[in-house]
Design a protein around this ligand. Structure first.
Ligand SMILES: Nc1ncnc2c1ncn2[C@@H]1O[C@H](COP(=O)(O)OP(=O)(O)O)[C@@H](O)[C@H]1O
Ligand SMILES: [Mg+2]
Length: 372
């Protein structure tokens, strides 16, 4: 079985690492000079507009999947015209590449989101601010990730400056949700329509970048888990989806408000490599190749810390008791995710102590990720 993967970042690398024990082989497509799959799998390096390179990539591949959601839709169409099978389906990219379409889709399924308004002009931004009030967040509709393409408007002065500077990029204004915490659910749908969901994860962001995920603390009640799973199932079925899909949530006044969908394996699911019966990566591969899905249960409690920018020395990380260290083979750069560390434990007291140590080593303030 040969899988073609569009995108050669760390998510692709972890997909391949999960697939090798199953006897799967991988081929990647990525236009960048250097990508972190290069040391573990062959890669076609070409532009997404290069139809011949796409054909070469798809030749002999059993299924094509992707590890980032901003894959150009035209490249996928070119692949499909050559007879390649893409899973998850193209419609999932279409919906999630545009924040406006995505929110309309979620609301259409009865899933609550932040209030929002489409913004196409300076005047449109002025009236959106008047309707939604402040604070609000202005986001580009397309190509945003890790907080890029976003501006928080807190004051009238911020709003006036944003209106004056607005350059016509199709955008969306969202009301700020004063959330109690951020959660995410990772769900998987198999080729046969079977669905499994992982337990909700609690997430902390800094400057729009995920820094820490852990077993929610205080724990999420069973009804909220059920709500998240019910919503995920509706999304998966509406898209006739196959593979892993993530929904990011705000918990606000005891309810879940959807933030966004990622039609792929997700940073908040890295803990599943060591912390769950089956990892998100293996389950994605199982889904797109038509295998039965693996169990999503957590084996205990766990925490995952991203290494962003320049990481501590490997010797230091490796000296932490029980730490599972993952380095992506990327050169350190400001705001760049270069690796992560997962801790697993059977009890929360032990986890909290180990996490405090890890956060200290990584240089993150401990206060906000301790138990409430
Ligand atoms: N409407 C909102 N209300 C409150 N916080 C928000 C809102 N939108 C985004 N954020 C904060 O910014 C982070 C990144 O925004 P998100 O829309 O998820 O963009 P990205 O695609 O970059 O992940 C969120 O995880 C959350 O912490
Ligand atoms: Mg996000």
């Amino acid at each position: 079985m040969i899988l073609g993967v569009l995108g050669g970042g760390q998510l692709g690398r972890m997909l391949a690492l999960a697939g090798y024990p199953l006897g799967m082989r991988f081929r990647f497509f990525d236009p960048a000079d250097e990508v972190c799959v290069d040391d573990i799998a062959p890669r076609v390096r070409a532009a997404y507009e290069d139809v011949d390179a796409l054909a070469q990539f798809a030749d002999g591949v059993d299924v094509v999947t992707y590890e980032f959601e901003n894959v150009p839709v035209d490249a996928v169409r070119a692949l499909e015209a050559r007879g390649a099978r893409l899973l998850p389906p193209l419609v999932a990219l279409d919906v999630s590449q545009d924040r406006l379409t995505e929110k309309q889709f979620l609301n259409g399924l009865g899933i609550a989101t932040a209030p929002f308004a489409a913004v196409d002009s300076a005047e449109g931004l002025r009236s959106a601010v008047a309707t939604l009030g402040l604070p609000a967040i202005l986001k580009t509709r397309r190509m945003g990730y890790d907080g890029k393409g976003q501006a928080v408007l807190r004051s009238d002065a911020d709003a006036e400056a944003a209106i004056a500077a607005f350059d016509g990029t199709p955008s969306i204004l969202e009301g700020v949700v004063p959330f109690a915490r951020e959660l995410s659910v990772i769900a998987v749908r198999g080729l046969d329509g079977a669905v499994v969901c992982y337990p909700l994860v609690q997430n902390w962001h800094h400057d729009g970048i995920l820094r820490v995920s852990r077993t929610p603390s205080p724990v999420v009640n069973a009804l909220m888990q059920a709500d998240a799973e019910y919503a995920a199932r509706r999304v998966l079925e509406a898209l006739d989806y196959v593979g892993v899909l993530t929904i990011e949530w705000f918990e606000h006044e005891g309810r879940l408000v959807a933030n966004e969908i990622a039609p792929r394996v997700h940073n908040s699911g890295h803990w599943t490599i060591e912390g769950a019966a089956t990892s998100q990566f293996e389950n994605h591969l199982r889904a797109v190749t038509g295998l039965p899905l693996g169990l999503p249960q957590a084996l205990g409690v766990w925490a995952m810390v991203n290494l962003v920018g320049t990481p501590p020395p490997l010797e230091t990380l490796a000296s932490l008791s029980g730490a599972h260290v993952h380095m992506y083979g990327k050169a350190p750069r400001t705001s760049r995710k270069v690796g992560h560390v997962t801790l697993c434990a059977v009890d929360e007291g032990y986890l909290d102590a180990r996490l405090a140590e890890l956060l200290h080593v990584v240089g993150i303030e401990t206060g906000n990720t301790a138990r409430a």
